[in-house]
Design a protein around this ligand. Structure first.
Ligand code: ATP
Ligand code: MG
Length: 139
């Protein structure tokens, strides 16, 4: 599978804090091209579908409530080695453990409200991108 595409979404805490511009600037300056982007919301049910892989985890219900609590900005990004490079740019899940200069270090509020999502594999990048964008919207 091609390794030049990833999926991200700016989460409700970062949208609410007015950080869409600062975060998209960092993404572009790191060499990613924004292929698709929109401002939207998830219902609790759709948030549950998106994070279904975590449904047995103790934080799942809170995570679904949080992810449906406000606007989000999903995006499809293009760059060579996109998935791995983007995970480096966003930093560790827990902002307390995130490296200096990463998006989560700069903007995340907590391990749950951690500002941004990044796909963890090429396969999931395609699945997650398709969750928000149709073929026509992507190109
Ligand atoms: P994401 O999938 O959003 O990019 P991630 O891959 O770094 O994040 P995951 O383990 O996939 O981390 O967890 C998904 C999301 O669930 C996290 O980004 C965070 O919002 C929330 N989460 C993860 N672990 C916890 C926890 N221990 N307590 C509360 N929320 C958590
Ligand atoms: Mg994940």
């Amino acid at each position: 599978m091609a390794n030049n595409l990833t999926f991200t979404m700016i989460k409700p805490d970062a949208v609410e804090a007015g950080n869409i511009g600062a975060i998209t600037k960092m993404i572009e300056e790191a060499g990613f091209t924004i292929r698709a982007m929109k401002l939207t919301r998830l219902s609790k049910e759709r948030a549950g579908q998106f994070y279904a892989v975590h449904k047995e985890r103790p934080f799942y219900n809170d995570l679904c409530n949080y992810m449906s609590s406000g606007a989000i900005v999903p995006m499809i990004l293009v760059k060579e080695n996109a998935v791995e490079d983007f995970r480096k740019l966003i930093g560790a899940t827990n902002p307390k453990e995130a490296a200096e200069g990463t998006i989560r270090k700069l903007f995340a509020k907590s391990i749950e409200a951690n500002a941004i999502h990044g796909s963890d594999s090429d396969e999931n990048a395609v699945i997650e991108g398709s969750f928000f964008f149709s073929e026509t919207e992507k190109f």
